[in-house]
Design a protein around this ligand. Structure first.
Ligand code: NAD
Ligand code: TDX
Length: 336
C-alpha cells in the first residue's frame, strides 16, 4: 500500500482534475494536494475555489516548463497527471497543442519524476484502442493493441508509451489508467452532454453528429476519481488498468434522455456534419481493476446522474454562459 501525504495534481483546474481534487479533499483527510495548471481555455481556478486553503494549494504554470517542475515536484510524493488537451474536435482543427502538451508535457513530467524519485500515475483514455464495430461482441481489455484514430487519441497513446518506457528503462514507479467517457459537473460546454444541455437551456436545438448511432461508455467522474485513488495507492507498478462502469449507450439515446429530462420533444434536435474519422464505439471491460483491486463504481444510475448534471448546468449559468457563444461559433464555422 502506497500512502502519499502530498499529491501533485496536474490539470487540477479542468473537468476531471477538479472533480478528483474535490474527491481527495472529501475522502482522504490526511492528504495534501498541490494543483499545477496552466489555466488554458479549459481550466479555471474557480473550479477548485471552494477547496483552496490549508490542504489544497495552486501553482499557475505549464507542465512543459522543466524549471518550474524542479521547484514543484520535489515537494510531493506522487504526481497524478490529468493535464492535457482533451477535445477531439479541437485536435482535428489544430493538432499542434495536442502533440506539444500531451506528448512533450508528459515527457517533462516523467523526467521530473525520474529525477526526484516521485511516484507517477498517468491518466489516459480508452480511445488509445481505436474503435469497435457496433456488433462486435468484444470490449477493450488492457492487452489490446493500440490503434488510435484522431490527433487527440494518438497523442494520448504516445504519452502512454512514454510512461511504459520510463518505467521499464529508468524504473520510474508508474501506473496508467485508461478511462471511458466521463460525465458530471464542471465539464466544458464543448463536450457532448454539456453542449446539448446548455443549448436547450439557451433555447437552441441540440446537434447530433453523423447517424447518431456511435456508442460511448459513460462513467460518472466520481467513479473515475475513486478508481484513480485505488490504482495510485494499491495498483501494481508498471501496470495498466482500464476504468469503466458498463455504461454503453448510443448518442441518440443519450440525447433523447436529455430532451426528456428537460421536458422537450424527443425529435427536437438537428443532425449536423459528422466528425472526420469518428470512432464508432468504445466499450470497456474493467474486470482487472475490479478483480485485483476490488474497485466498484457507485454512480451506476445514468438517468439520475444525468438529472443531476442538468440541474447543475441550470443552476450555474454564470459558470458556462461566458464561454458558450464562442464555443458555438467555432462549431458553426465547422458545420457542426
Ligand atoms: P479538460 O480539458 O477539462 O482539462 C484539462 C486541464 O489541463 C485544464 O485545466 C487545462 O488548463 C490544463 N492544461 C492543459 N494544458 C496544460 C499544460 N500544458 N500545462 C498545465 N496544465 C495544462 O480535460 P478533462 O476532460 O478533465 O480530461 C482530463 C484528463 O483525463 C486528460 O488527460 C484526458 O485525456 C483524460 N480523459 C478524459 C476523459 C473524458 O471523458 N473527458 C476520459 C478519459 C480520459
Ligand atoms: O455536438 C456534438 N454532437 C455529437 O454528436 C458533440 C460535441 C459530440 N457528439 C458526439 C461525438 C461522440 O460520438 O458525441 C460523442 C461524445 O463526444 P465528445 O463529448 O466530444 O467525447 P469523445 O470524442 O467521445 O471523447 C471524450 O471521451 C474520451 C473526451 O472528450 C476525451 O477527452 C476522452 O478521452
Amino acid at each position: 500500500l502506497f500512502a502519499p501525504q502530498c499529491v501533485l495534481v496536474t490539470g487540477g483546474c479542468g473537468f476531471i482534475g477538479s472533480n478528483f481534487v474535490r474527491w481527495v479533499v472529501e475522502n482522504q483527510p490526511d492528504v495534501r494536494v498541490v494543483v499545477l495548471d496552466a489555466l488554458t481555455y479549459a481550466g479555471r481556478l474557480d473550479n477548485i475555489r471552494d477547496v483552496l486553503g490549508d490542504r489544497v494549494s495552486f501553482v499557475h504554470g505549464d507542465i512543459r516548463d522543466a524549471e518550474l517542475l524542479d521547484r514543484v515536484v520535489p515537494g510531493c510524493d506522487a504526481i497524478v497527471h490529468f493535464a492535457a488537451e482533451s477535445h477531439n474536435d479541437n485536435s482535428i482543427a489544430d493538432p499542434e497543442p495536442f502533440v506539444s502538451t500531451n506528448v512533450m508535457g508528459t515527457f517533462r513530467l516523467l523526467e521530473a519524476a525520474r529525477k526526484y524519485g516521485v511516484r507517477f500515475h498517468h491518466i489516459s483514455t480508452d480511445e488509445v484502442y481505436g474503435d469497435l464495430a457496433l456488433d462486435d461482441p468484444e470490449r477493450f481489455v488492457e492487452e489490446r493493441a493500440y490503434r488510435p484514430s484522431s490527433p487527440y487519441s494518438s497523442s494520448k497513446a504516445s504519452s502512454d508509451l512514454l510512461v511504459r518506457a520510463w518505467h521499464r528503462t529508468y524504473g520510474v514507479r508508474a501506473t496508467i489508467s485508461n478511462c471511458s467517457n466521463n460525465y458530471g459537473p464542471y465539464q466544458h460546454v464543448e463536450k457532448f452532454i454539456p453542449r446539448q444541455v446548455t443549448n436547450i437551456l439557451d433555447g437552441v436545438r441540440p446537434k447530433l453528429y453523423g447517424d447518431g448511432r456511435n456508442v460511448r461508455d459513460w462513467i460518472h467522474t466520481g467513479d473515475h476519481s475513486s478508481a484513480v485513488w485505488t490504482i495510485l495507492t494499491r495498483g501494481r507498478l508498471g501496470e495498466t488498468y482500464l476504468i469503466g462502469a458498463d455504461g454503453e449507450r448510443d448518442n441518440i439515446t443519450v440525447l433523447r434522455d436529455i430532451l426528456r429530462v428537460m421536458g422537450r420533444p424527443e425529435d427536437d434536435f438537428d443532425w449536423v456534419r459528422d466528425r472526420p474519422g469518428h470512432d464508432r464505439r468504445y466499450a470497456i471491460d474493467s474486470s482487472k481493476l475490479r478483480r485485483e483491486l476490488g474497485w466498484r463504481p457507485q454512480h451506476t444510475d445514468f438517468e439520475s446522474g444525468l438529472r443531476n448534471v442538468v440541474d447543475w448546468y441550470a443552476g450555474h449559468r454564470e459558470w458556462w454562459e461566458p464561454v458558450k457563444a464562442a464555443t458555438e461559433a467555432r462549431y458553426q464555422a465547422q458545420g457542426q
